[in-house]
Design a protein around this ligand. Structure first.
Ligand SMILES: [Zn+2]
Ligand SMILES: [Zn+2]
Length: 298
């Protein structure tokens, strides 16, 4: 499906930056060139192996990266923290390791001039949601303290989960509580929200979901992970599809964007080929109000 025809649904001037997660395997310079080719105004990268515990190392091309970001006006720049991190774990050792790993990501991201670090809310592992949330809040606070003590630190954003097993923060209320208590902002993943039970697929749904989000989080939404869902509403199973190719109609996004002015959007959808990936960025820009961003937007 190549849904170019959905542009008629965009009714507002676009105020949000739009981009996607990009690989850094060819170096940060190549990643930025790739971002430019795809029309990305914001980017997300990994700064360490997300599946291993090795800490991020400052890359030799970090200087080139900072200059390239400034030159292209890319904002915000986002790192996604390791998937292994679980600040809410009932195991003290894993919790400790997670705090140190997140602190290292915040510090390294800050050193590299990145603005935001997205971290998953984690799992209580059978200890109950209450205790899990307490640990998550404490872990976020400690990681931030550690990172700030060692110099420049990026801002952490805690992400909503699909609510599988003992995962925390699949509801906006839980996510809102954590952001308030820990003094952080959130990243809201649309595919996660959908499979957790927020119906973005029916007409009028996105407006209601946005209103719930607003009520629970206020202005603490720092980023949207814009992913179409591979799995059904309420299935609690993760899986990302390209925009317009999953369970959520492309037209839903115009409605959601209208309710979240200025909140940057990063897609974590499957790569296809450069043309299809550029087309997806273009489509989302049109749904958000147009190819050009309003001067007043961030
Ligand atoms: Zn994530
Ligand atoms: Zn996901």
């Amino acid at each position: 499906m190549r849904p170019e025809r959905v542009r008629i649904f965009a009714v507002h001037e676009r105020t949000n930056s739009i981009g996607r997660h990009l690989p850094t395997s060819g170096g940060l310079g190549k990643m930025l060139q790739n971002a430019e080719d795809l029309g990305c105004e914001t980017v997300q990268v990994f700064i360490s192996n997300p599946q291993g515990w090795a800490e991020p190392v400052l890359r030799p091309d970090a200087g080139e990266f900072v200059a390239g970001v400034r030159e292209r006006g890319i904002f915000p720049t986002v790192a996604h923290a390791k998937y292994l991190i679980n600040l809410a774990s009932p195991k003290a050792e894993l919790r400790e390791r997670s705090v140190r790993a997140l602190a290292a990501e915040l510090s390294a991201a800050g050193e590299m001039g990145l603005d935001l670090v997205v971290v998953h809310s984690g799992s209580h592992g059978g200890d109950g949601e209450r205790r899990g949330m307490d640990r998550l809040v404490e872990g976020l606070e400690r990681a931030r303290e550690l990172a700030e003590a060692s110099g420049r630190a990026a801002e952490p954003l805690v992400e909503n989960s699909v609510g599988a097993g003992t995962q925390l923060c699949s509801t906006f209320d839980a996510l809102g509580e954590v952001t308030r208590r820990a003094g952080v902002r959130a990243c809201v993943d649309t595919a996660h929200a959908f499979v957790a039970g927020y119906d973005l697929a029916i007409p009028g749904g996105p407006r209601l979901v946005a209103a719930e989000l607003q009520a629970a989080l206020g202005d603490a939404v720092g980023l949207v992970h814009l992913n179409d869902a591979k799995n059904e509403l309420g299935s609690h199973r993760d899986g990302h599809r390209k925009v317009g190719e999953g369970m959520i109609p492309a037209a839903s996004w115009a409605e959601l964007f209208a309710a979240l002015p200025g909140v940057p959007v990063v897609m974590e959808t499957p790569y296809e080929d450069p043309d299809a990936d550029a087309e997806e960025v273009r489509l989302v820009k049109e749904l958000a109000g147009g190819l050009r961003k309003a001067a007043a937007g961030r």
